[in-house]
Design a protein around this ligand. Structure first.
Ligand code: ADP
Ligand code: MG
Length: 360
């Protein structure tokens, strides 16, 4: 299965899908590199499944074109597209054994029995289920069933794998294990994977790049770290991890550091690569773990509303004098000494900790 050529690239040009007047996909342009693991991440209803179904050929786009490896596949029937698919609705056949399920796409393609048996064995080994080949789906755990679905999608060595919330029904621990397996599988196979999820941790854990979807459009596309550190909009800053938001007007700029007038007094903010001028209104995003207790830059006082110890870290909810709520995370090294609820604390943050984002 690994001996054949690697994945192919996918290009979407102006892809739209209307249901009546409703635009489920709105002029999407996207390039997925050959061999890339790309995740479409967004809230329910943002168009992720519609985009994946259009790729697979189960949804006909209203406008736009899809190219794979340089050729248009827009008019090609699904079975001619060479995508392996793991969709939620694509359940295993309950009356067929694991081997029967995995071999099914090969049977449909008219392969001979010995060839099917050999490929099924390879595919099951790939997902570490070789020992369960004769079982029925109902005799498997949820995670094992998902792995069978994965083996079935990979058995005919597709150049691309499409996954729609493949771990949707699994509990947290199992999801985590399968995420790591899928990531390793991708690295080993070198195929192009397009994955859909609404779970930001899953997207961060597995993907080379993430496309954040909102209302049928890609709002921002980038490597997980780049998206997390440099969100362009309020939506992205809040969807990929949590953020605090502070509004202010620029009153001065000195050596790349802007001073803003905010409801809780002045704030200093490093502009970085995002220019601003005096008089501009800015919306600053600030990660909860970038807030620090004690005096420092951007010092201010706040009341502790709740302080919760969560094992690996602690979450503290604070209220500033203006009424602004701030979430603060303390790492494990500071989480033991939590401030008491109801007390007033001093807090601050580095001027480089804030990122100016576009409001919605
Ligand atoms: P996601 O996978 O991000 O949750 P979908 O792509 O399934 O979102 O759906 C995007 C939007 O398109 C939703 O508002 C959904 O209700 C709508 N939609 C999807 N399929 C159809 C359909 N067959 N007819 C009408 N509306 C649809
Ligand atoms: Mg969906």
């Amino acid at each position: 299965m690994t001996d054949e050529s690697a994945g192919q690239d996918i290009r979407l040009y102006g892809l739209s899908k209307y249901y009546g007047d409703f635009r489920a996909l709105d002029d999407v342009n996207l390039h997925v590199a050959a061999g890339e693991f790309l995740t479409l991440l967004g809230p329910s209803g943002s168009g992720k499944s519609t985009l994946l179904m259009a790729l697979a050929g189960f949804v006909e786009p209203t406008h736009g074109d899809i190219f794979v490896g340089g050729s248009s596949i827009t008019a090609l029937a699904p079975e001619k597209r060479d995508f392996g698919v793991v969709f939620q609705g694509y359940a295993l056949f309950p009356h067929m054994t694991v081997a029967g399920n995995v071999g099914y796409p090969l049977k449909v393609r008219g392969l001979g029995k010995p060839e099917i048996a050999a490929k099924v064995r390879d595919a099951l080994d790939l997902v570490q289920l070789g020992h369960l080949a004769t079982r029925l789906p109902k005799q498997l755990s949820g995670g094992q069933q998902q792995r069978v679905a994965l083996a079935r999608a990979l058995v005919f060595s597709p150049k691309m794998l499409l996954l729609d919330e493949p771990m949707g029904a699994l509990d947290k621990k199992l999801r985590h294990d399968l995420q790591l397996e899928l990531r390793q599988l991708h690295r080993r196979l070198g195929r192009t994977f397009v994955n859909v999820t609404h779970d930001q941790e899953e997207a961060m854990a597995m993907s080379d790049r993430i496309a954040i979807m909102r209302a049928g459009k890609i709002e921002q596309l980038g490597a997980p770290r780049a998206l997390y550190d440099a969100p362009e909009t309020r939506f992205v800053a809040d969807f990929l991890g949590k953020s605090n938001f502070i509004e202010g007007k620029v009153t001065g700029i000195d050596a790349g550091i802007a001073t803003l007038d905010t409801a809780d007094g002045p704030v200093v903010h490093a502009l970085g690569t995002r220019p601003a001028g005096i008089g501009d209104s800015l919306l600053l995003a600030l990660r909860p773990q970038k807030l620090m207790l004690g005096p420092g830059p951007n010092s201010r006082k706040a009341t502790v509303e709740t302080a919760i110890f969560l094992g690996t870290h602690a979450e503290v909810s604070l209220r500033c004098a203006s009424g602004l709520a701030l979430a603060l995370n303390l790492g494990i090294e500071n989480a033991q000494a939590l401030p008491a609820e109801g007390t007033t604390v001093e807090l601050g943050w580095d001027p480089a900790a804030t990122v100016a984002v576009r409001p919605d």
